[in-house]
Ligand binder design. Structure first.
Ligand code: FAD
Length: 498
């Protein structure tokens, strides 16, 4: 039976990050990936020669000394990741349809604050308090500092106060509340359900600046592939861990893959959905309380997406992220039961392939498992007619809203594809239909770190914070606990040159 120091299950951004960190610290690492390619949600797809993003469109925390930039330095791939900075004037736009108003977010949190005070002069005091609190929480969160990174982030008062509560305490105007809760869409949970602290941990980097990355998630994957060759990381695609056997003293001694191959390792780290982890663990070694905790996790929102290009030299095309809200209450827009118009995010960017430049649009509306409940047992390519009718209706509705926002697209937009949350589920091997794994809810203890079986760990987007940055951070924290504090701290400090 072949032995590894670490087996990493799943090769999304979390698995890629962790495998790289462990191998950089001398470990013999194997990645086990269910799909036939590595990268998970970072993988792009190509339609008629045009590349489209799947689960990675933009990020914060990249400019200045953002944590993403630091993580890329440590991983040795920063030079391969090229940010595309959006225009200060019209790169990030919020449209409140209910009262026909439009707001712009410039780069840099100081500029954003200034702009908000211009838009909402009566809310000046609240704006200062909001951003002071956001900054304080961001800076006080140990896991957001790679030098101090720890496995047990301390909780603070704002972990027990909802974002909605903070917004209601500080502001009167509904539009400013809507704008400041827009980034709830970047983890798919209502402002009334998420803690203010977790919102700020995810959103502060994006209040400061939002960047897209040239060649999107593919640039990360190819950078990791180069590193993996040097680090001699082994990869097995198209398979998964089927069984964990021979448990002695709460340690799993034998891992059986779907191919029948048997392996052993010092530790196996699952970067997949918590419910998918529990599915392969021997239940007799898990307590009822543990199982019911995992069972209670709910999925965060997913997206219905329309992909297309703009075919005109004259069309008014600006690389941008435009969030259109029919109501400024994100609690309504992120409610699975919302039967009114949804939020629509229009992401516009250039893609150049073989010397030809395309104007690419990704149009995304929040969506939930409730929307596709009746077809949940079907798989891509084998769905009933009613499902395609559902898709057609959503597609027509999104197009109508796009043309209302930008009439010049009416004659120039060419649809290239669409994806429901079932499409994402099937292509990304996600356990449920959510874009971000489980909901980040107040007073919920996610699965993270060492599990009741002592050589089994959980990390990934469902563990501390979702999104690419959150998933990577979870791997940095687990990396420290596996490699050992002193060795890991020295490694990080050397790489960061601090
Ligand atoms: C439509 C959409 C848009 C998004 N937009 C953004 C964005 O703009 N910015 C951002 O920061 N985040 C975005 N996200 C979220 C982001 O993609 C995720 O938070 C992050 O990529 C998750 O990384 P991960 O490694 O935890 O999981 P994943 O990327 O889901 O990787 C898990 C991997 O495990 C594999 N796997 C599953 N089960 C098994 C098994 N049993 N055995 C072996 N392998 C298995 C999967 O095939 C996959 O490769 C978006 C997500 C979606 C779906």
């Amino acid at each position: 039976m072949k032995h590894y120091d670490s087996i990493v299950v799943g090769s999304g951004i979390s698995g890629l990050t962790l495998a790289s960190l462990l191998a950089s610290n001398g470990q013999k690492v194997l990645i086990v990936e269910k799909s036939h390619v590595i990268g998970g949600s970072m993988v792009r797809f190509v339609k008629k020669g045009v590349p489209f993003d799947t689960g990675f469109h933009f990020t914060g925390a990249f400019l200045k000394n953002g944590i993403l930039k630091d993580m890329l330095i440590i991983l040795g791939i920063l030079d391969k990741i090229e940010p595309v900075i959006l225009s200060d004037d019209n790169g990030q736009v919020y449209v409140c349809e209910n009262n026909n108003s439009k707001y712009f977010q410039p780069n840099g949190v100081v500029n954003f604050i200034k702009k908000l005070k211009k838009y909402f002069p009566a809310e000046t005091e609240g704006i200062d308090k909001f951003f002071n609190l956001a900054k304080k929480i961001y800076e006080d969160t140990i896991s957001l500092d790679l030098i101090k990174i720890s496995q047990t982030p301390k909780s603070i008062d704002e972990d027990y106060i909802s974002l909605q509560q903070v917004l209601d305490d500080l502001f009167i105007d509904g539009n400013i509340k809507g704008i400041l809760s827009t980034f709830c869409m970047c983890y798919g949970v209502k402002p009334s359900e998420v803690s203010a602290a977790n919102h700020f941990r995810v959103a502060y980097g994006m209040y400061d600046s939002v960047v897209r990355i040239k060649k999107g998630g593919d640039s990360f994957i190819s950078a990791f592939k180069d590193r993996f060759e040097k680090l001699e990381i082994e990869i097995k695609t198209g398979c998964f861990v089927k069984k964990c056997l021979d448990v002695e003293d709460s340690i799993v001694k034998r891992f059986v893959l779907s191919t029948g191959e048997e392996l052993s390792c010092d530790q196996c780290i699952f970067t997949i959905h918590p419910k998918a982890i529990v599915d392969v663990l021997p239940k007799e070694h898990l307590s009822k309380a543990f199982l019911s905790r995992v069972e209670s996790f709910e999925p965060a929102a997913g997206f219905f997406t329309l992909y297309g290009i703009v075919e005109s030299k004259d069309a008014d095309f600006i690389p941008s992220i435009v969030s259109i809200f029919p109501t400024n209450d994100l609690n309504v827009l992120l409610d699975p039961g919302n039967t009114e118009s949804s939020a629509l995010v229009i992401m516009a960017g250039y893609e150049t392939v073989n010397g030809k430049t395309y104007k690419v649009l990704n149009l995304m509306e929040p969506s939930f498992s409730e929307h596709v409940e009746e077809w949940k047992n079907s798989t891509t390519g084998h769905r009933p007619k009613a499902y395609y009718e559902y898709k057609k209706k959503r597609i027509e509705n999104i197009k109508e809203r796009l043309f209302k926002y930008e009439p010049s697209y009416k004659n120039t937009f060419k649809m290239m594809g669409s994806a429901s949350i079932l499409t994402y589920r099937d292509y990304l091997n996600s356990y449920e239909c959510s874009a971000y794994g489980i909901k980040q809810k107040m007073e919920q203890f996610n699965l993270f770190g060492k599990l009741p079986l002592r050589n089994i760990y959980a990390c990934g987007q469902s563990s501390i914070l979702p999104g690419v940055v959150g998933a990577m951070m979870s791997s940095f924290i687990i990396g420290r606990s596996i490699v050992g504090r002193d060795k890991y701290d020295a490694f990080i400090k050397t790489r960061l040159n601090r």
